[in-house]
Design a protein around this ligand. Sequence first.
Ligand code: C2E
Ligand code: CA
Ligand code: CA
Length: 707
Amino acid sequence: MLNFSTLLPAGHQVLGAYEYEGLLVFLSYLIASAAGYTALAMADWVTTSRSRRGSELAKLIGAIALGGGIWSMHFLAMLSFKISIHVHYDPLQTLTSLLIAIAVSYTVMHLIGRESLSTTQYLLASLAAGLGIAAMHYTGMLAMHSVAQQIYDPLLVAVSVVIASLASLAALLLAFRLRGRTGLRTVWLRLLGSLGLGFAIVSMHFTGMAALTLAVPVGFVPEDSPGMIQHLELGTGIAIGTLFIIMAGLLAAWAGERFHAQRLRLERVSTTLDQISLHDPLTHLLNGSSFIQTVDRAVSQARNDEQFALLMLDVDHFKRINDSLGHALGDELLVQVAQRIRAVLDNDLPLARYAGDEFSLLLPLGTRGDSQPLALRLLEQLRPPFELAGQRIAMTFSLGIAHYPQDGTNAGQLLRSAGLAVGHCKRSGRNRSQRFANELQREADDLLSLEMDLRHALTQGGLHLAYQPIVVPDGRPLALEALVRWQHPTLGALSPERFVRVAEETGLIGELDGWVMRQACADIAQLHREGYRDLRVSVNCSALNLGDRLLPQAIARALQAEDLPASALILEVTENALMHSLNVAIEVIGEIRTLGVRVSIDDFGSGYSSLAYLSRLPVDSLKVDRAFVRTIPHQHNDMAIAAAIIAMAHKLGLKVVAEGVETTEQRDFLHANDCDFMQGYLFSRPVPLPQLRSWLQQQASVTALPA
Ligand code: C2E
Ligand code: CA
Ligand code: CA
């Protein structure tokens, strides 16, 4: 116990026993508990808030509520201290003690916001908080000015610091345990915890008060304290104010919790959406982006020597189904394809509809597996006809295969390699499978450099035209077919089949055919001026261009520029691989014919010509494919087909041109079967304009041109 004889200042005596105003003590306990509750609630908000701003705000509100609460509790408790001397509080020191309380609380809130704390961190943090609360308490005490001097018992002061530290430790542990939890149980736990915390804070205060002895000058006459009443009013005021602060904090915490719950709901919804966004809604297979993720995950987790095969399966001529049977049946076909593929695979193999009519799957190969058996089984499974709206329709497929790690080390590379292999299948006749090989990469590279060279040729010159006459059976020319030629600077003369395909694959075909159209119109206009007034020009038009609704305008402009009548122009459209969208193509062809331009179907019979198809296309004539002409007179089948095509075309009111006529036998057979026009080496090879002029002059001297 304190030895007052040594501690008492000279001429001072101890100021008797003190009493406390019960109501204020009780209020201070309530405030401490409420502050504790708010702090715990805000601690939850601090940890669940995703945004930095949100968690900073929560920390601040928590710090103000907790700090303000602890401070008012102390202040109130001090006011409840009944002594019979006049007391005055120094405002600056009082404010300082409040700021200390808030700063300590902020630190505690900040710690709670961390992922986790080690045991040492817990202890250090609690000790710091305890010291902070004590600092606040004793600063608050020093703000109290009166005739009395304050003397403290160091042992009890130390005990008060220990109590404050233990209270802080309890608060930290509780806050960590309860954070992120919701529900009634948590609210009760929090309530109970805060009552305990309130008790600890109040105990700390009264231990601190017990450490205090007031010494007044000897002979001091205790005042009859009217100040006490004032204290009571002031204290009640502070209490109410504090309760408001705390209630605001609670309100914020409640709002935070609501907000949190709502976000949890939103997160659940977004997980469901994720689930949906991972799958293709039509086939319920994985979609492209989730397939990429799956592949990347698989290869990144692959053991050293583990191999995979990525198979990419593309439906040949899928557009044809969409165009002729409609999108609903196109979708139905994709669903059936998906089911057949699934039936061949183990259930857990990742299978995706990668894009449109492209399916991809990932097959683990172990250390030395082979993808060929599965590839064959897949194509076998897809061979039987599909049942679509009562029709049985056989489809073929192109299958590209890429192996990990040889053909690519991530999803992007593997898909690219498999895609190149699919492209190769398509070019070599479809209905096959192909493993990626480095040549395919070279092919792709060549394609790219050819594209750049072609672009250059289109803008800087390098293309020119050859013309081949189309004649009536007696040899008189009706029209000239314009055939594009390209003398490549390093590769020499390239076959138009090759670079036209490059143009089609790279989107240059519109420009290429546009250039041919303008040049052909200029040349034929020149020939008109030279006297060949009835000569027409026949220009090839890639089916891809028929998707362009501006094509009729471009044709009209080309004619106008040369002051040519529309009847001087024939447009040859390859029916094979027709068309992105049949309906648009039909409209565009219709508009072109409205201009007065004739439209002819090229290479008829070579691809997927069907009568149904043909009857929908508004055209003037068709060109029997070279293949049927070449075998005359040896292949009776082909001859029968050629004759049938001519007869059928005539029934539909179409004129017929036979191309590739090389012999007089061929000419005679076609003539005997009423073929209207012919074209081929027998009459003339495709030649540049000057040479063609000589040919025309020669013809004119043999047969008189019609007026
Ligand atoms: P196509 O439209 O069927 O053109 C006829 C092709 O048959 C020409 O080949 C021509 O030289 C060749 N030919 C003509 N008479 C005979 C013959 O008696 N016997 C044989 N064996 N062949 C004959 P070319 O000039 O190599 O053109 C090939 C293809 O390139 C064309 O086939 C056409 O599809 C395309 N093409 C040519 N120029 C253009 C163009 O300006 N635009 C577009 N989109 N395609 C073009
Ligand atoms: Ca042609
Ligand atoms: Ca042709």
